[in-house]
Design a protein around this ligand. Structure first.
Ligand code: AMP
Length: 320
């Protein structure tokens, strides 16, 4: 059983370094730092570090440790919430002695000496709480509870997405019994700066919507500059179209210096297969990809149209 094997590995190593994916979201940070707090509270003698780049909009959750290369030697590496090796933040994970993958995305790249992948879990933070419940004699403190709760809230869209299960709600109910400021956590995750709100206004004025339910938003460098929004900040904008009637699948193209980032979302049709065609991947209903020209953006749109044509809106399933 993965949980026991993971606990055994944690017990064997004195030094543990925990990673997560690039461009972190609350679940990446919540699972990474929640696990770190769980290990620190349960095994106070161990050295535990969290690594990766800080995203200024999320440092209210946790700040990363800065460590030198030699620290990785003989360390146990745990990588949370990251489906494929290309997306692991801080490539020095390769310097570690043993690698463990803990994730809830489809297991497209089964890396690691040990791996625990549960695609039914709403979030990797939910899995870390599962780990706490099913491992032997661990201690969860208030800080860990806050981080895990934040991760679950983030990845379930405040318990709105279909990935939210009875288990998710049960775990959330248990986590809120710990002592942390929930309002402050929600403010940190959901409050947006005024320039983001104005960009939302632009998106709401300019999205397209075709007869099959596809919506497209193109954020060129000029537009991003006009609203003073960085490509990283567009993560806060992709949900903007989620509650508009008639939109089944939507795509954001974000022009960066070296690529056009594609952010895909859907309310039914499976879109990670399209993402996989364009150097990407992710969940069936929330995925991302990278392309290098606006001609390729047209191809992505065509592929999404094909996917939507096969979708029966009446039954909410693939057409026969
Ligand atoms: P995002 O739009 O960045 O919130 O990404 C949505 C989901 O797609 C997340 O689960 C990401 O892990 C995944 N994802 C985004 N970009 C990529 C990519 N280039 N390769 C693989 N997965 C991705």
């Amino acid at each position: 059983m993965s949980i026991q094997a993971i606990q055994q590995a944690i017990e064997e190593y004195n030094r543990i370094i925990i990673h997560r994916h690039v461009r972190p979201d609350p679940d990446a940070l919540g699972s990474q730092a929640g696990l770190s707090e769980l290990i620190k509270a349960s095994y106070p003698e161990k050295e535990v570090y969290v690594v990766g780049e800080d995203d200024p909009s999320l440092t209210f959750m946790v700040k990363m440790d800065k460590i030198e290369d030699h620290v990785f030697k003989n360390a146990l590496i745990i990588i949370c919430d990251t489906a494929n090796t290309e997306r692991i933040d801080d490539v020095r994970y390769k310097l570690g002695a043993t690698i463990i993958k803990i994730d809830h995305h489809p297991n497209v790249d089964p890396y690691g000496d040990l791996s625990w992948v549960d695609t039914k879990a709403s979030s990797t933070s939910e899995m870390i709480y599962d780990f706490y419940l099913n491992a032997e004699g661990l201690t969860l403190n208030d800080t860990a509870a806050r981080l895990l709760y934040g991760g679950i809230v983030g990845d379930t869209g405040r318990f709105l997405f279909p990935s939210t299960t009875k288990k998710t709600l049960q775990y959330a109910a248990e986590l809120v019994t710990y002592d942390f400021d929930r309002t402050k956590l929600y403010d940190g995750i959901y409050n947006v700066k005024d320039h983001i709100a104005r960009m939302r206004g632009y998106i709401l004025q300019n999205f397209t919507l075709d007869e099959d339910g596809l919506s497209v938003v193109k954020l060129t460098k000029d537009i991003l500059e006009k609203f003073n929004v960085s490509p990283l900040e567009t993560g806060q904008l992709v949900g903007t179209l989620g509650d508009i009637e008639g939109i089944l699948t939507w795509v954001f193209f974000i022009e960066e210096t070296d690529q056009i980032r594609v952010r895909l979302r859907s309310k039914g049709p499976i879109i990670n297969e399209v993402a996989a065609k364009y150097n990407g991947g992710g969940h069936p209903l929330a995925s991302g990809a990278s392309i290098y020209s606006w001609e390729d953006a047209q191809k992505v749109i065509q592929d999404l149209r094909q996917t939507l044509k096969k979708w029966d809106r009446g039954t909410g399933s693939l057409s026969q």
